[in-house]
Design a protein. Structure first.
Length: 553
């Protein structure tokens, strides 16, 4: 018989092999997406911003671009600045750094689970196994493959670190552990605003431990001190965000509808536990509908089995309420906007995994059926992680192919360049600021060509609608752009607010007036007019995206 130590070494050797097989191609084939370059560009200009990096960047580069002052992420910009300083513009090093952050989070979970295990005097080896679900969580692929997603990796790193030192404080009653936990929580809030929810999640997790441990007085005293420290940090965060950053918007929840929020929460909760990256795409297991239905049925049946067998009947209501509360708190920032996308459920999944481990520790042992169900879910996660990784590699290549066709026909000396392109056909087409991408491709450095008018035909759903549905008519110095499809709209600047009204006018940063002439039922323009307001003899260049590449119109 093999010893426990040898079994663990063999087990983690296999897991490491699977992880490397999936992720080495992702590192080797990594290329900057256009959004990545924009983040690097703004963070280099503003390594210590009061606003988030891209609000500052837009205000500096395009003074009339509107921003909502909602985000406050100074540490995010500094992290990107440091990464850029260390690794320059070597994409594979950026990708490797993201992988290391993800692995560090995985190791932190193991340490946290090991420490939670001591609260219950448990000898279960699940403290090594459950973190593997985080390691292969498909939603994390976007975090390691896309620069914007790395904010979520950093948020998880700081939140887990804060939670770890809270556990250390409860165990040893050392004030310095409480202080370190508070500082790490504060750093998490400066990375991304959704980290402010972690203090409530942490307290809920401790509350579950407190109830299971039959409410010991010493634990209650420690929880009170943790609560006071985290609330103090929240007050400090609000001061920094409101006073230092000059944020005065108090209408964040003004347009929230309860029914919409409930629907968005349930949808987000569903995608949190599906073995897919919900925002980028939902893959099918097979071209056969019947096969897909059978496989998904096996997956959901396994989830139901685990839920039934782990939850105590006496405490089913308490556990369910705690779990739903944790999920809602972590999903709050996304559910009020109608549901999150791609990487946004990683923090929810991580906190839910900690909750599950606490509940498991309260049981003496798991039966055979629970273990088999867990293995089935894990295999689905590994498969999903691999599928989404393949998706990103394909899209890196697609972006390179489509944008290389633009480099040859783009004229940086023209006064205005109108790019007619799809913004959201997939992550390959994240063209929020093509001027930065073109500068990078031409000079192998970060900068920006400023002659792009950024008038864009944008399609969020069906590629064929975009390619077939956009037409441009020229009358003297006026251009009329029309689309017959509801899911197509146009933008006069890099970040267009979808709500509009007929007759609404925008002056772009150059010499043209953008006017909405017709709307669809979603208040998106389907016909717009671009009219020159400066009648000097200046040339204009129109470039259209068609059949996977850019062409002169």
């Amino acid at each position: 018989m093999l010893s426990v130590k040898v079994k663990n070494i063999l087990f983690f050797s296999v897991i490491t092999g699977i992880y490397l097989c999936i992720n080495i191609p992702l590192i080797k084939n990594f290329a900057f997406l256009n959004d990545d370059l924009m983040i690097i560009f703004y963070s280099r200009k503003f390594p210590f911003p009061l606003f988030t990096f891209w609000e500052n960047g837009l205000k500096d580069l395009i003074p009339n671009a509107g921003t909502d002052s909602f985000r406050y992420r100074p540490l995010s910009s500094f992290i990107f600045f440091i990464t850029s300083f260390l690794f320059g513009l070597k994409p594979w090093l950026w990708s490797l750094a993201a992988q290391l952050n993800h692995i560090l989070n995985f190791l932190l979970l193991i340490l946290i689970f090991k420490r939670i295990r001591t609260f219950f005097d448990s000898k279960s080896n699940l403290y090594l196994i459950l973190p593997l679900f985080y390691l292969f969580y498909p939603g994390n692929v976007a975090n390691v493959a896309w620069a914007a997603g790395r904010m979520d990796l950093a948020v998880i790193l700081f939140c887990l670190s804060s939670f770890y030192f809270s556990l250390k404080y409860i165990e040893q009653r050392n004030f310095y552990f409480l202080l370190i936990s508070a500082i790490l929580f504060f750093l998490a809030t400066l990375v991304k605003e959704n980290a402010t929810c972690w203090f409530a999640v942490e307290l809920l997790l401790f509350w579950v431990i407190y109830r299971i441990k039959n409410k010991p007085a010493e634990l209650f005293k420690s929880l009170l001190k943790i609560f006071k420290s985290k609330v103090s940090i929240l007050i400090l965060y609000i001061i920094c965000r409101s006073v230092l950053a000059g944020v005065t918007n108090k209408e964040i929840l003004a347009n929230v509808k309860i029914i919409t929020t409930i629907n968005a929460f349930l949808k987000s909760l569903l995608f949190t536990f599906l073995p897919v990256d919900s925002g980028t795409f939902i893959y099918s297991f097979d071209s056969s509908l019947i096969t897909s239905i059978i496989l998904y049925s096996i997956y959901f049946a396994s989830l139901i089995v685990i839920s039934i067998l782990i939850y105590s009947r006496k405490k089913i209501f308490v556990y369910s309420f705690s779990f739903l509360s944790i999920a809602f708190i972590t999903l709050f920032y996304y559910t009020i906007a109608g549901g999150g996308t791609y990487r946004l459920f990683a923090l929810t999944f991580t906190s839910s995994l900690i909750f599950l481990f606490i509940i498991i520790c309260a049981k003496e042992k798991l039966n055979f059926l629970t273990k088999i169900s867990g293995l089935i879910i894990f295999l689905f996660f590994v498969y999903g992680f691999n599928k989404v990784s393949d998706y990103w590699i394909v899209n890196y290549k697609l972006q390179e192919e489509s944008l290389s066709s633009l480099i040859n026909i783009y004229d940086k000396d023209k006064e205005n360049v109108i790019l007619d392109y799809p913004h959201s056909l997939g992550q390959a087409s994240c063209y929020s600021d093509i001027g930065i991408y073109l500068y990078y491709k031409a000079n192998n450095e970060i900068g920006r060509y400023n002659n792009i008018t950024e008038l864009a035909g944008i399609n969020s759903h069906v590629e064929s609608h975009y390619i077939e549905g956009c037409s441009i008519e020229k009358k003297d110095e006026t251009y009329i752009l029309t689309s017959g499809y509801n899911d197509t709209f146009f933008s006069p600047e890099p970040f267009y607010t979808q709500k509009s009204s007929v007759g609404e006018k925008f002056n772009n940063q150059k010499d043209y007036l953008f006017e909405v002439m017709k709307l669809n039922s979603f208040n998106k323009p389907t016909v717009v007019k671009l009219q020159r307001i400066n009648y000097q003899n200046k040339e204009i260049s129109i470039i259209k995206y068609s059949n996977g590449k850019f062409e002169k119109y």
